[in-house]
Design a protein around this ligand. Structure first.
Ligand code: ADP
Ligand code: MG
Length: 324
């Protein structure tokens, strides 16, 4: 399949239902504005060997690529609309792998209601690389910011923390002591993030600040602290853990260090949220209705700095997150 065949056979069907993409047959798409809304735009890339393991199924790579971008939209309270895709095929990706990649895109397009609107296709002598520019709509001026946290508010987090990082280890054949079932569950969390889009209306109604937790909870909370000009305290013993992550922590000689490790590891794709106590309670109702776990893990205070506590005692951290 050459470049033009790939566009026609693999990608054109993914633009069906989006007349603004002209069937991917023009130089560009023309996107009509939606009155009363802002277009929220975000971009994330995946590189073979960095964001996924060589040999991971191409369909899952495609779905993770869409989902890491959709998680940013979820954090901003935006409703998914459509995306642009740049893909660079290495020689070792044959037609079968390319077709499976497109099938993965199709599967998650249907699940999340987005369409492919354009992009670029090249070959590369390097590893497989792809990036998505994802767009969503939010009522004008209402995009949730990192900067909205205020003293007196609660800090909450969706889902569970640490499964992505443990899942990478499991996918690499480690963590044998946890048993196959837990290792499979963790690897699944690494390969297929769950963007928390079902919480969108609750977040727009009740959250003061929100950000995507992708590079380690604590490092990402520091971004909120700095953007908001506040102090944040995190209670490590409240960290929401999956059954498999709890089993991992229990097997560590220093469980507090293990918790800190999970709170600084990447690939969670959960949301960290600041909300006043009454708003947090209403958000908890919305989260329960959406079947999304929501856990208070700390508080916002006057001042600066992020303090990590375990049962009231300060925890010394050796690192705060994943940096490329
Ligand atoms: P150009 O010569 O300007 O690079 P292309 O021939 O690459 O144009 O692209 C032709 C059309 O195909 C454009 O509408 C472009 O958006 C679309 N396209 C190319 N690659 C992709 C892709 N990976 N995903 C979606 N659309 C694509
Ligand atoms: Mg091109």
């Amino acid at each position: 399949m050459d470049e033009f065949e790939a566009i026609a056979r693999l990608f054109r069907p993914l633009s069906e239902g989006a007349p603004e993409a002209f069937g991917l047959s023009d130089d560009a798409a023309a996107l009509p504005p939606r009155p009363g809304f802002d277009l929220v735009v975000t971009k994330d890339a995946v590189v073979e060997g960095v964001h996924f393991l060589p040999g991971d199924p191409p369909g899952l790579v495609a779905r993770k690529l869409l989902r890491v971008n959709l998680s940013d939209l979820a954090a901003k309270g935006a409703e998914p609309y459509g995306y642009f895709l740049a893909v660079s095929w290495p020689a070792h990706w044959g037609d079968e792998a390319k077709t499976a990649f497109a099938a993965g895109l199709a599967q998650d397009q249907a699940e999340f209601g987005v369409r492919l609107l354009g992009g670029d296709t090249t070959s590369t002598p390097g590893p497989f690389t792809a990036s998505v520019t994802m767009m969503g709509w939010v009522p004008s001026g209402r995009m949730l910011r990192r900067s909205g946290a205020k003293p007196g508010q609660a800090l909450l987090v969706t889902g569970t923390i640490g499964d992505g990082a443990l899942g990478l280890l499991a996918a690499q054949g480690e963590l044998a002591a946890l048993g196959d079932e837990r290792r499979a569950a963790l690897a699944d969390r690494y390969r297929l993030p769950r963007p928390r889009l079902a919480l969108r209306e609750g977040l727009l109604a009740h959250a003061s600040a929100c950000l995507d937790v992708s590079d380690g909870l604590i490092g990402d909370v520091i971004h909120m602290e700095e953007a908001s000009g506040v102090a944040i305290q995190i209670d490590l013993e409240r960290l929401p853990l999956s059954e498999a992550a709890r089993a991992f922590v229990e097997r560590c000689s220093d469980p507090v260090a293990a918790l800190a490790e999970l709170a600084t590891a990447g690939d969670d794709y959960e949301l960290a949220i600041a909300a006043s106590i009454p708003e947090a309670m209403m958000l908890a109702v919305a989260a329960a209705e959406a079947d999304i776990p929501l856990t208070p893990i700390g508080r916002i205070a006057e001042g600066t700095g992020t303090l990590v506590l375990h049962k009231g005692q300060p925890v010394l951290l050796t690192r705060t997150g994943w940096k490329h």
